[in-house]
Design a protein around this ligand. Structure first.
Ligand SMILES: [Zn+2]
Ligand SMILES: [Zn+2]
Length: 346
């Protein structure tokens, strides 16, 4: 439940010196529960008291050392729902007590050619929440106000957390597809997929879901959310697909998806990391099939998606854990035991 306003006011007056945080020290090691100083916001930042933070597959890639050069003593987590408790002097969009969403994109330079051309997701000098700056596996964090999202009451709670990355990246992947596609394949049915299927079904698309072999619970979950068909990733779909989105981090799925799609179709890779792609015969790509990756998000994606999500309305299925249980949550996610999204609540 979101805190009431009177509770927020109490929190404003009551900012402690230290906070609990789950800290990443070394690849391959579990996170360590530590007392850390509560960060101080710069002029353009806000101090946020975190209510909830989702766990994303990208966090696993950071923990496993597959994403290089994280900030030392990193606090991971980039799907944050939090209350503004203190503002830097330049902050004007939000006030103390507001509940905001903090996504993966923490800051961009605003000067490079990508920022200038509306592709801030590809910025040459970006900051990323829970990777190059501290994130949400803690009681407090700071965030640049211009990169925080305004949240309606509907998403101002733990169910909004998975929208901040799984939802947003899923939406950016989905948005790449031609508007006219009818039959869409989704490979890997985790947090992003379970959100995007709701949007796709709302827009009258037929969705074919591929899970890891034998994941009957995952397949039933997909069918319950409106999938036309769900099966193992080695299976052939019952129709030729008009588009495919791969969320599972497995390079083997690229030739498989190319095989499943019709002429002129796009295969989109929604993840930040994938295992190597095996070589495949050119005829799988022939006939104007294309392959596309999706990197990060723009703020515009976020505004569009949050508006659309509420219309559907998209409801994330969440499995809640306490902050101190982050390592257990991560293990469950790794083992494919989470159907929906894992979220830490503070
Ligand atoms: Zn830039
Ligand atoms: Zn993410």
């Amino acid at each position: 439940m979101p805190p009431t306003n009177s509770e927020d006011k109490f929190q404003v007056m009551d900012i402690p010196e230290l906070m609990q945080a789950m800290v990443f020290e070394r690849a391959g090691k579990p996170l360590v529960l530590k007392q850390m100083p509560v960060p101080k916001p710069s002029a353009d930042q806000m101090l946020l008291k975190i209510q909830a933070c989702g766990i994303c597959r990208t966090d696993l890639h950071i923990l496993d050392g597959e994403l290089r050069n994280p900030k030392p003593q990193l606090i991971p987590g980039h799907e944050i729902i939090a209350t503004v408790v203190k503002k830097g002097q330049n902050v004007t969009r939000f006030k103390e007590g507001d509940i905001v969403g903090v996504p993966w994109l923490a800051h961009t330079c605003g000067k490079c050619k990508f920022c200038k051309n509306g592709h801030e997701n590809l910025c040459d000098n970006p900051l990323f929440t829970g990777y190059t700056v501290d994130g949400g596996f803690a009681e407090y964090t700071v965030a640049y106000e211009q990169y925080c999202f305004n949240l309606s009451n509907f998403y101002s709670n733990s169910s909004g957390a998975p929208l901040m990355c799984a939802g947003l990246i899923g939406y950016r992947s989905y948005k790449m597809l031609d508007k006219k596609v009818e039959n869409i394949g989704i490979y890997g049915f985790g947090a992003a997929a379970h959100i995007i299927i709701q949007l796709a079904v709302f827009q009258k698309k037929k969705v074919y879901v591929f899970t890891r072999a034998g994941d009957k619970i995952g397949q039933k979950f997909a069918m319950d959310l409106g999938a036309e068909w769900a099966g193992d990733s080695e299976e052939m779909p019952p129709v030729k697909l008009d588009a495919a989105i791969i969320f599972a981090p497995l390079g083997d799925l690229i030739p498989k998806a190319l095989q499943d799609v019709d002429k002129g179709s796009m295969v989109v890779c929604g993840g930040i990391h994938m295992t190597d792609i095996p070589s495949f015969p050119y005829h799988l790509l022939w006939e104007e099939r294309s392959l596309h990756s999706v990197a990060n998000l723009t703020r515009e994606d976020g505004v569009e998606f949050l508006e659309l999500a509420e219309k559907v309305p998209v409801r994330a299925t969440t499995v809640l854990f306490k902050l101190q249980e982050a390592n257990q949550a991560i293990d469950s996610l790794r083992q494919g035991k989470i159907h929906g999204a894992a979220v830490l609540v503070m």
